[in-house]
Design a protein around this ligand. Structure first.
Ligand code: CUA
Length: 333
């Protein structure tokens, strides 16, 4: 509204990219200036009185408590009005953010340690949030494990995701671009890396993106890689470079024996992958007894998707034959 409308990132704030942003910022600055004004007034008066009524030879202050009705009335009345205005302005902004308009673009959000999953009408899933410029967007959010919180600084919106409950929020993006999305509720080891990107796109670009995402890659390895690194967020905890991360690495494993926490060994094959994805606690690997950190993917991975992941793990193991993409009409020629 006043001061800042539609300026790029400043010392104080990130870029303004939603209709809420100018509102929130102007209110913030109003509070800042009010506080600064009274700080200077009160501290200034204090310093002045300290000096004016200091102890010095020949000076005697009054011994009676002084009283001034008018002064007391005004210094109560004015701050009271300001406090009421702050409350009203805050409540107004809060209600605006809480009242979800009709006709929104609806996106489902699932948070789990430590990845975001966004699901669009039509079933497209992604680890990035794509939203349409100047279109009211509603997020319906849930958590699979612990408390998380979704925060998009450029939109000035933030809302908790609570296990066992749905929460909702809305916003209207006003500027095409790519913005940051953070988790702002401490949720474990990799909380600080639980971030994602928000793409604000024109309707055309958004439709084109959805159309592209609708069709999974025909090559199983490519598809598996996409599921692993992007759509399902596995790469948040599992590496394919042999490095130790939160979960066991999944490269160079296919067909080999892996040691379990129980002291037994098990062959890393499709049954083991499938079981571990659907019931992560069943057979934790040695050194990764904290498998309880991983939520079950039961109902969240189709059988074909597990096949694609298996193809990807095979491709990451030297000397293992990888299934080929079924030859399409074009490649046959
Ligand atoms: Cu999720 Cu912090």
């Amino acid at each position: 509204m006043f001061f800042l409308a539609d300026k790029p990132a400043t010392f104080w704030f990130p870029e303004q990219a939603s209709t809420f942003a100018p509102e929130v910022d102007s209110f913030y600055f109003a509070l800042l200036y009010i506080s600064a004004f009274f700080f200077v007034l009160v501290v200034g008066a204090m310093v002045y009185f300290m000096f004016a009524y200091r102890m010095r030879p020949g000076y005697r202050g009054s011994v009676e408590a002084l009283h001034n009705n008018w002064l007391e009335f005004w210094w109560t009345f004015i701050p009271c009005c300001i406090a009421l205005w702050i409350f009203a302005r805050g409540a107004w902004g809060f209600l605006d953010m809480m009242s979800i308009p009709v006709g929104t673009n609806d996106i489902d959000v699932t948070a789990r340690k430590w990845a975001w999953n966004f699901k669009y009408p039509g079933g497209v899933e992604s680890d990035e949030l794509h939203v349409v410029l100047e279109k009211d967007t509603k997020l319906t959010m849930r958590s699979d494990d612990v408390l998380h919180s979704l925060f998009v600084p450029a939109f000035r919106v933030k809302c908790d995701l609570v296990p066992g409950r749905y929460t909702q929020m809305w916003f209207r993006p006003t500027k095409v671009g790519v913005y940051d999305l953070f988790c702002t509720e401490y949720c474990g080891d990799k909380h600080s890396q639980m971030a994602a990107k928000v793409s604000v796109q024109t309707q055309e670009d958004y439709d084109a993106w959805i159309a592209k995402e609708m069709t999974p890659p025909s090559d199983p390895v490519e598809w598996g890689k996409k599921l692993f690194t992007k759509t399902k967020g596995c790469a948040a905890c599992h590496g394919v470079e042999g490095k130790r991360v939160v979960g066991p690495p999944l490269n160079e494993r296919w067909g080999k024996d892996v040691a379990l926490a129980t002291g037994e060994t098990i062959k890393f094959d499709k049954s083991y992958v499938r079981e571990s994805v659907l019931e992560p606690q069943a057979k934790a690997q040695k050194g990764y007894e904290s498998a309880s950190q991983m939520p079950s993917y039961q109902g969240r991975l189709k059988e074909e998707e597990i096949d694609a992941l298996v193809a990807y793990f095979k491709s990451q193991t030297a000397g293992v034959e990888v299934p080929k993409a079924p030859a399409s009409e074009e490649t046959k020629k």
